[in-house]
Design a protein around this ligand. Structure first.
Ligand SMILES: Nc1ncnc2c1ncn2[C@@H]1O[C@H](COP(=O)(O)OP(=O)(O)OP(=O)(O)O)[C@@H](O)[C@H]1O
Length: 409
């Protein structure tokens, strides 16, 4: 991937670090200040916090030293208390906030472009084609039909009616609103309107969707359902989504990775299991302690990895209620044969939902088995679960103790 600057615009701000080809957005040392930028930045560099900067300069530190790589096709949630800087960072991605320092690199037509310096024409093009902002509660136009709302972004781009209709109807079907296409938006319930908003967001060609608390102010059941709808759409469409939320349970449910923000800074950026098991500081731990690890963790987050397992003559050894077990692996590391008390036995398997796909003594399961399911699978077996990665190689073992340790963190 190359970095381009618009002709005539100082090729001033090249990417400061080599870019990874699979990043959709790269924020580098990003600072956004509302007010007297220079003085505020100097104070921040000297270690002053947001309150001190505000007291001494009147300026607000919106974001400071934010470094984030957001991969193509992932949902990255910006999470934190009110005022922590989530929307400020989000709005920087489509150039709505002026940056005081740093880079906001967005992958646009195959190249990384710094929206902070790229020039008005490129920025317009990025907003039109690459980055689409979804505002709180989606900002639907109540006097338009459902179909016309979903097609709104495409219409602005000048797409013809027939082509638009085909895309819109497909998206309406995905969110279960085909029968409502000709109704006016205001005739729909709040939850249905949100689904119209989701369909509209996914109907645009934009690879990158910015969502600022789209499900806030909804009752918990509808919110839960919409999160499921979002995940189902994402499964099919693989957009890059940056999603703002102040709710950690929402972040843990929908985020592939979560950036936790405090006072304009990112205090932790990691996968849900990282955040749950290894909170970076007391602020993150305070959020995490209210969460149920069973809703978040998968078996691989608690397992004993293969490298740490005891071996005899190359076979992985495990203890179980039924006797000594030796599991041999093939040269690629996949489970091959199972011996219990010197006898060859059958290797069983379950799928990610815990359903038995092959009966046997030791159960092989996908490493991403939800912890809740893992508890059930382990309970019904005499032996630890053998977890395998997506290539079928042994990733580790998950026994009662691993589960307890994970739950107690
Ligand atoms: N345009 C602006 N002018 C001045 N201050 C601003 C502006 N936008 C944001 N701020 C300030 O920057 C800080 C971060 O605001 P931001 O909206 O990013 O927080 P947030 O984490 O998204 O909060 P919330 O969850 O309440 O929306 C706040 O102190 C806010 O008052």
């Amino acid at each position: 991937m190359t970095v381009i600057a618009e002709p005539g615009v100082a090729a001033a701000v090249p990417a400061s670090k080599p870019s990874r080809a699979d990043n959709a957005v790269e924020l580098r040392d990003l600072a956004i200040i509302f007010g007297r930028t220079k003085e505020a930045l100097a104070l921040a560099d000297q270690g002053a916090n947001r309150d001190e900067i505000r007291d001494r300069t009147g300026a607000i530190l919106g974001a400071y030293k934010v470094d984030l790589d957001i991969r193509n096709g992932e949902i990255c949630v910006l999470m934190g208390l009110s005022g922590s800087g989530k929307s400020t960072v989000l709005r920087a991605v489509n150039g709505l906030n002026t940056t005081a320092r740093g880079e906001v690199m967005v992958c646009h037509e195959g190249a990384l472009v710094d929206v902070a310096t790229c020039g008005a024409k490129t920025l317009r093009d990025i907003r039109l084609k690459t980055v689409s902002m979804v505002f709180q509660q989606f900002g639907l136009l109540p006097w338009r039909s459902v179909r016309d709302n979903v097609g709104f972004g495409l219409e602005i781009r000048g797409m013809g009616a027939a082509e638009r209709r085909a895309i819109v109807d497909e998206k309406l079907e995905m969110v279960g609103l085909s029968n409502w296409a000709d109704k006016q938006v205001q005739e729909l319930s709040g939850g249905m309107q949100q689904r119209v908003g989701l369909a509209r967001a996914f109907a645009t060609d934009a690879d990158i969707l910015l969502m600022d608390e789209p499900f806030s102010a909804l009752d918990p059941l509808i919110r839960d359902k919409l999160q499921d709808d979002l995940l189902a759409l994402q499964e099919k469409l693989h957009k890059t989504i940056i999603f703002v939320s102040h709710d950690l349970s929402e972040a843990l449910k929908i985020g592939n990775r979560i950036a936790i923000m405090e006072g304009g800074r990112v205090v932790q950026f990691g996968a849900p299991a990282d955040i749950m098991l290894r909170p970076a500081d007391a602020y993150v731990a305070e959020f995490v302690k209210r969460m149920n690890p069973l809703d978040v963790l998968c078996a691989d987050a608690v397992m004993t990895p293969t490298a740490k397992l005891s071996r005899e003559a190359g076979a992985v050894m495990m203890d179980g209620d039924g006797g000594a077990v030796a599991l041999t692996l093939c040269s690629e590391g996949k489970p091959l044969t199972l011996m219990i008390n010197g006898q060859v036995r059958t290797i069983g398997a379950v799928d990610v939902s815990g359903a038995v796909t092959r009966k046997g003594d030791v159960v092989v399961a996908p490493a991403e088995l939800p912890l809740k399911t893992a508890i059930d699978v382990r309970r019904q077996s005499n032996y630890p679960i053998a977890l395998v990665d997506q290539l079928g190689r042994l990733a580790g073992l998950c026994d009662h103790e691993d589960i307890y340790r994970g739950l107690l963190r």
